[in-house]
Design a protein. Structure first.
Length: 270
């Protein structure tokens, strides 16, 4: 590994740019986003994401594997920059950083780009508001073996640092598409994929529904649930029974429950 440029000034243009990239507009204008953390950067490299820059600060390292990761990133084409402890604290998004922060290019994947198996298992989420929930949902979809996640009418940016963090880097491994609800519904119908929509108003309990075959589980926003469009056009509405006073679950938790019931029925080996 060569000698990287060392940055100590909090007024350095690169430090200022990294701070700006926490916000969506500068990210979109630059066409990049931030990837912070050893595990997240390792997973990005494993999926051959072309990291353009990697900033590191040995004073924040938590283990002994970081130098090997830096060498791997540099060999893959990333430009390395060493930051002082104070400079890294300025650019880090986490309260307790681990001394690694990368810049990666944004990407855009279309529905037509998805390569579906004979009986696809998909997750569709509509207007998810909280980045942490979206990241957890991506992580859950990966754990359940979903073939893709489709984000409809997004409220939060899929490249938000909290999405990357909550997904633990799974953002790089699950095929992810952002599209309008009407186009997604038409595409699913064309592909012969049944849609199962979760709503408290449904009569059928989710575990009594047939979740085998080509399937898309459709989940709505935390505050409003699914829109009328999905409730009217879904093939099968289902509900998760609630025994207590609460009338709804956190959307990430409801997603996990529904996905793994489908996993059970479909007999997937984990």
């Amino acid at each position: 590994m060569g000698l990287p440029e060392k940055i100590s000034s909090l007024q350095n243009p690169r430090v200022k740019q990294l701070v700006k990239l926490r916000d969506r507009r500068p990210r979109d204008e630059a066409g990049v986003f931030l990837v912070e953390g050893y595990r997240e950067i390792r997973r990005a490299l494993e999926k051959r994401v072309a990291l353009t820059e990697l900033y590191f600060s040995p004073d924040w390292f938590l283990g002994e594997n970081e130098p090997a990761l830096l060498a791997q990133a540099e060999a893959a084409g990333a430009q390395l920059f060493e930051l002082t402890k104070e400079a890294f604290a300025k650019v880090a998004y986490r309260e307790r950083p681990d001394g690694l922060l990368a810049v990666a290019p944004q990407w855009k994947r279309a529905l037509a780009d998805l390569a579906l198996p004979a009986a696809p298992f998909l997750l569709v989420v509509e207007a998810i508001e909280k980045p942490g929930n979206l990241g957890t949902i991506l992580r859950s979809a990966d754990a359940a073996g979903c073939d893709a996640v489709i984000v409809c009418d997004p409220v939060t940016d899929i490249f938000n640092p909290n999405v990357v963090r909550a997904s633990t880097g799974v953002l790089f491994s699950v095929p992810l598409v952002v599209e309008e609800s009407a186009r997604v519904q038409a595409w699913l119908k064309e592909k012969g994929v049944r849609t199962v929509a979760t709503t408290p108003a449904a009569e059928k309990i989710y575990s009594d529904a047939d979740l085998r075959g080509p399937l898309a589980v459709v989940m709505g926003s935390e505050q409003y649930g699914l829109s009328e469009f999905w409730l009217k056009n879904a093939d099968l509405p289902v509900r998760i029974p609630m025994a207590g006073q609460a009338d709804s679950l956190n959307v990430a938790m409801a997603t996990i429950i529904t996905l793994f019931e489908a996993v059970r029925q479909r007999g997937r080996q984990m």
